[in-house]
Design a protein around this ligand. Structure first.
Ligand SMILES: Nc1ncnc2c1ncn2[C@@H]1O[C@H](COP(=O)(O)OP(=O)(O)O)[C@@H](O)[C@H]1O
Ligand SMILES: [Mg+2]
Length: 318
């Protein structure tokens, strides 16, 4: 990786936005603190860590903030809401713009956009709204069991269930409805999970190394994500050079097709050597144990350089 040049003046008043009103507020606090510390080390002496609440617009105006570094995850922070507010305040911000943020927050709408790109392998699925006959919709679509039910816009595997037969479907659908009124039902891919970061520098969009996660549970559910010892991290992923290249290319393609900018992390299930697209995360975690810093380090981008790259993405989302 060549030397990354900072595009923003070292005296700029930068707000690192963290916390917020989502179920991932705690993770965001840790992401934000780490990014803030990195900005200080990089010489941004007027960087400030700001915990987001409903008075955020006034706070940003009072402090005459010039740039926003978004370290928020989930609802209001990753879904286009804070991005829209920053547009109105005319404060350039990091990462994806309003449109890509809101599209990628919704797993169904992401797939509808990516369906325009025939190279990206999408898992066969059906979209079921609250009140619809879930069994009928699954049958009409001709999905093959096992399936997986998911709320369209949650994270951390919340509200997701593996469904082995039609008898289990209604219950699983109702679990997902607790989170959203819209449910995405996909065929279950037997395989392993991989995730790959996408970054931009000087107009070039590129993938990080691929992280493979093997779980002791049947799939990468909430327990596996947050219980030590239930998952094993393999970096770089143990897959062929061809599959590695393909997954990296697909991640960049998905990022570009969904209109992302600056940074994202794209998830896939891999069956043998065949990748199947899962979702795009537009504000990936930046904690000590998060995926993106490890994936970036594996291609020679250390934490501070990663933060600088993300900071440089301010305004790319126009
Ligand atoms: N169609 C599928 N087949 C098999 N496993 C899946 C499928 N969809 C999701 N998973 C598993 O569930 C996990 C979370 O799914 P994902 O769609 O990425 O939602 P989240 O937003 O919670 O990360 C994935 O890491 C994967 O292990
Ligand atoms: Mg995911």
């Amino acid at each position: 990786m060549q030397n990354i040049i900072s595009k923003i003046d070292k005296n700029a008043r930068i707000a690192v936005l963290c916390g917020g009103m989502s179920s991932e507020a705690d993770v965001s606090m840790r992401s934000g603190k780490n990014c803030f510390d990195a900005l200080k080390r990089l010489g941004y002496k007027n960087a400030e860590l700001i915990v987001v609440d409903e008075n955020i617009a006034e706070t940003l105006k009072e402090k005459q903030i010039e740039y926003a570094y978004i370290a928020l995850h989930g609802k209001y922070g990753e879904d286009g809401c804070i991005q829209g507010l920053l547009e109105i305040l005319k404060i350039p911000y990091t990462g994806c713009g309003v449109m890509a943020s809101s599209i990628c927050m919704n797993k169904e709408f992401t797939k509808r956009i990516l369906a325009n790109c025939p190279d990206i392998p999408l898992i066969k699925s059906v979209f079921v709204k609250k009140g619809e006959n879930v069994k009928e919709k699954v049958k009409e679509k001709g999905l093959t069991y096992p399936l997986i039910t998911k709320p369209v816009s949650e994270g951390s595997s919340f509200g997701m269930t593996k469904v082995n037969s039609e008898e289990e479907l209604e219950n699983a659908y109702n679990q997902a409805l607790k989170y959203n009124n819209d449910v995405l039902i996909e065929e279950f891919v037997n395989g392993f999970f991989v995730t790959v970061g996408v970054l931009e520098n000087d107009g070039v969009t590129f993938a990080t190394e691929i992280l493979q996660i093997m779980t002791k549970t049947e799939w990468y559910d909430f327990d596996a994500k947050y219980t030590k010892g239930l998952s094993e991290f393999i970096l770089p992923a143990k897959i062929s050079d061809e599959a590695t290249k393909l997954i990296k290319d697909l991640a960049v393609k998905a990022h570009v097709t969904a209109g992302c900018s600056g940074v994202s992390r794209v998830d896939f299930m891999v069956d043998g050597e065949t990748p199947h697209f899962l979702e795009i995360n537009t504000s990936p975690g930046m904690t000590d144990t998060s995926d993106l810093p490890a994936q970036s380090l594996a291609i020679g981008i250390d934490y501070d350089t990663l933060v600088l790259l993300i900071l440089n993405s301010c305004g790319l989302n126009k």
